[in-house]
Design a protein around this ligand. Structure first.
Ligand code: PRP
Ligand code: URA
Length: 212
């Protein structure tokens, strides 16, 4: 764990909500709402270093120089389908001007390798910060493949945001994409023999969409 390059966002509100999500008794409605809330809070932390610029404004009292985001229109959120959709609305609530690209990947249950089925991006991804979102970083195969696809299409600046990671998945991203910062709410203990994160929260897509 110590040699992994990963930003763990351990804000108390995020940790509290994550624990609620992990409980097997938490139903689809609450799971989805908690995921949206966490994604807003994580976006708040991830954007901490986004550049600001001065802007002259007039308040009801006087003129002044305020700050605004230098390139709010330059973010593209990329949910990895399906489960990444659970993080999309929280990010877009925080960055309303963001564009949205979708990548469809599912993990073959036998080989655990990602299988691509969809990709639709805005045309100007080379100029955008691509924020790739997926709740689970397990073997890392899906996120690594998504990042490779985006780089092949010209993306230059990427960030990966996940809810729960296994150490194995973080290592894959660190090794294959050392230029991509990884943000998570927790790094769990390990993967089990089926490639599930332990303790994790189960199958994120099934819990978001009620397809258990
Ligand atoms: C889950 C999850 C990730 C992937 C993580 O998706 O949302 O995309 O598995 O596993 P990995 O790191 O080992 O690749 P899944 O394949 O279950 O598809 P779904 O989102 O459509 O349910
Ligand atoms: N995908 C999930 O949804 N959960 C896991 O624990 C691993 C992969």
């Amino acid at each position: 764990m110590s040699d992994l390059k990963v930003n763990v966002i351990d804000h108390p509100l995020i940790q509290h909500k994550l624990t609620m999500m992990r409980k097997k008794t938490t139903g689809t409605k609450d799971f989805r709402e908690l995921l949206e809330e966490i994604s807003m809070l994580m976006t708040y932390e991830i954007t901490r270093d986004f550049p600001l610029k001065d802007v002259e404004i007039e308040t009801p009292v006087s003129k002044c120089v305020g700050k605004e985001l230098a390139d709010t229109r330059k973010v593209c959120v990329v949910p990895i389908l399906r489960a990444g959709l659970g993080l999309q609305s929280g990010v877009v609530n925080m960055i309303p001007a963001a564009k949205i690209g979708h990548i469809g990947l599912y993990r073959d249950p036998e080989t655990l390798k990602p299988v691509e089925y969809y990709c639709k991006m805005p045309s100007d991804i080379a100029e955008r910060t691509m924020l790739v979102v997926d709740p689970m970083l397990a073997t890392g195969g899906s996120a690594a493949a998504a990042i490779t696809m985006l780089k092949e299409k010209g993306a230059k600046k990427l960030i990966l945001m996940c809810l729960v990671a296994a150490p194995e998945g973080v290592k894959v991203i660190n090794d294959e994409h050392p230029d991509v910062p990884v943000y998570v709410a927790a790094v769990d203990e390990k993967l089990n023999e089926h490639g599930y994160i332990v303790p994790g929260l189960g199958d994120a897509g099934d819990r978001i969409f009620g397809t258990l």
